[in-house]
Design a protein around this ligand. Structure first.
Ligand SMILES: Cc1ncc(COP(=O)(O)O)c(C=O)c1O
Length: 404
């Protein structure tokens, strides 16, 4: 029999597996319920005996949530997926499913601030430590690995500095370390910034993808959600831990996420286009000191971006040129306060362009030393480029920059 070719990402994001011989409502029903009425106690008995088709409680499983999980797993090329109430619920559950007291996580240092602070402030209380490699020396993984290492964690592009980590190299050195260790070491990536459209971690050898679905997957700044994608065996374990930690997805949020996925490809492609155009325009502006965007030739890792990314993403970070009359952070504040199209708000990935100042948002509660290690400067403005008309966006930044 002829094998059915895998449909394109856009098609998978719209139809999921229902492309093939599916009959029923085109939009899935929202099972807004916490529990399920049994036909008789036979159902409860079947569940207790391990029958996975019996629904019992929404913290364990829900058909609306499951529908979206299946779609995302198919989209991203993983065996299975679990949806969560937020990206942080996804990240914490994914990592705690793989680690126990006494373990060590090896990580790259450029992380989302929430993840970094969780690593710094909370994991040590559970006797789990995180050791950071130099992101430009992934070979360090081999010398960092000990019998206590539970996993290797990375984020690329990094938030908000848009630095890149060589994913293939991280995987290669982890596999070498595994040989010495004599057991599997999962490589986990936070793929939130790029999203599957711009970066395909499984194709590069990564084992687990975690993602804040609040961002590009959700895309409309109206839901909180997170997802973990990996092998069916690993996801079984994540589901078990998720039951106890309790960060389950709400059915209505899952419905909205499933709806958003239908335009995922359209949105992200337009965000990529707008980001490149805005980054190019800003890099020529006399009041701008630096524009960081992986798609610009001036980006120090542009060649790596071309190798491991299929699109350069919708995130652009800028620094305003220093002036005598203002501190760098005051200049950043002045620009953000005068934007009229782009919105001064935290978060990213939505159709609306958003700006934020990392030292007042993702990177608060960090010392000057920590900021320096993360490459974050006080005058940085992080732009999540939306899908507005590009001329409106460029004009908006031009008028706001007059106040820098
Ligand atoms: C890269 C990255 N990962 C994870 C998260 C956490 O996601 P959430 O806010 O949905 O918990 C964020 C949030 O900004 C993020 O930027």
């Amino acid at each position: 029999m002829k094998k059915t070719p895998t449909p394109s990402l856009a098609t998978r994001a719209i139809h999921g597996k229902k492309l093939f011989a599916y009959q029923g409502p085109l939009a899935p029903p929202i099972y807004q319920t916490s529990t399920y009425r049994f036909a008789s106690s036979d159902d409860a008995i079947r569940y207790a005996q391990g029958d996975p088709t019996v629904y019992v409680y929404t913290r364990y499983h829900n058909p609306t949530v499951h529908d979206v999980e299946e779609k995302i797993a198919f989209m991203e090329g993983g065996g299975a997926a679990v949806l969560f109430a937020s990206g942080m619920a996804a990240i914490s559950t994914a990592l705690l499913s793989l680690s126990k007291a006494g373990d060590e996580i090896i990580s790259t240092p450029g992380l989302y601030g929430g993840t970094y602070r969780w690593f710094r402030d909370e994991l040590p209380r559970q006797h789990i430590t995180v050791r950071y490699i130099d992101p430009n020396r992934p070979e360090e993984i081999e010398s960092f690995v000990t019998s206590s290492t539970s996993l290797v964690y990375l984020e690329t592009p990094t938030n908000p500095t848009l630095d890149l980590v060589d994913i293939r190299a991280v995987v290669r050195h982890t596999r070498r370390a595994e040989k010495k260790l004599g057991r599997k070491l999962p490589v986990v990536i936070d793929n939130t910034f790029a999203s599957i459209i711009n970066q395909d971690p499984f194709a590069l050898g990564v084992d687990v993808i975690v993602e804040s679905a609040t961002k590009y997957l959700g895309g409309h700044s109206d839901i909180m959600s997170g997802v973990v994608i990996g092998s069916s065996e690993y996801i079984k374990r994540v589901r078990q831990v998720a039951k106890y930690l309790g960060g389950c997805a709400d059915p209505f949020a899952a419905f909205l996420l499933g709806r958003s996925l239908k335009t995922f490809e359209l949105r992200v492609r337009r965000q990529n286009e707008n980001a490149l155009a805005l980054a190019t325009a800003l890099s020529r502006h006399k009041k701008i000191q630096r524009v960081i965007y992986p798609g610009l030739r001036s980006h120090p890792k542009h060649e790596l971006a071309k190798k491991q990314m299929s699109g350069f993403g919708g995130m652009v970070t800028i620094e305003v040129k220093p002036v005598k009359t203002k501190t760098p952070v005051d200049a950043a504040v002045a620009v953000c306060d005068h934007l009229k199209v782009a919105v001064n708000a935290m978060s990213l990935g939505g159709v609306e362009s958003l700006v934020s100042i990392p030292v007042y948002s993702s990177h608060i509660f960090m010392s000057d030393d920590e900021l320096q290690r993360h490459g974050v400067t006080k005058g940085m403005i992080r732009i999540s480029v939306g899908v507005e008309g590009i001329d409106d966006l460029i004009a908006d930044f031009e008028q706001a920059l007059k106040y820098a």
